[in-house]
Design a protein. Structure first.
Length: 130
């Protein structure tokens, strides 16, 4: 028999939220791409951009099925994951705002349940029902 855990609270980490959202979006047809800025020592160049979010999610839609070359469009969502109550750094806020001005959906997610509610209410769900 396991003794009852009295007064213990489980701390939700950024990694927990990230994994839950990635799994959720994969079920709904999104392809997750892990993003990070890093330096390639051999090529002597930086890959990525300072402040860009943790993940880029892509999903393709067939719009014109006829012929040998069907037309597809690509939807995308940028997501920065944070632990509850944590905020983006200034360079992240700048990057997010720049992309939003160009029409991108850029989100900071620190709560899986709130993300799920937004996602469904925004009409983004394809395979997942409320």
């Amino acid at each position: 028999m396991v003794p009852a855990a009295v007064g213990l609270q489980m701390k939700v980490s950024e990694a927990h939220i990230q994994q839950a959202v990635v799994n959720f979006l994969e079920i709904d047809g999104w392809r997750p791409i892990r993003m990070e800025q890093n330096f390639n020592q051999r090529k002597m160049k930086v890959v990525g951009e300072k402040g860009m979010p943790d993940y880029l999610f892509l999903r393709y839609t067939l719009t014109s099925p006829g012929g040998d070359n069907p037309l597809r469009i690509c939807e995308h969502i940028w997501i920065e994951f944070k632990a509850p109550t944590k905020k983006p750094r200034p360079e992240q806020e700048h990057w997010h705002e720049w992309e939003r001005k160009m029409g991108a959906l850029v989100m900071v997610v620190d709560d899986y349940d709130a993300f799920r509610v937004f996602y469904i209410k925004a009409g983004l769900a394809r395979r997942i029902k409320a």
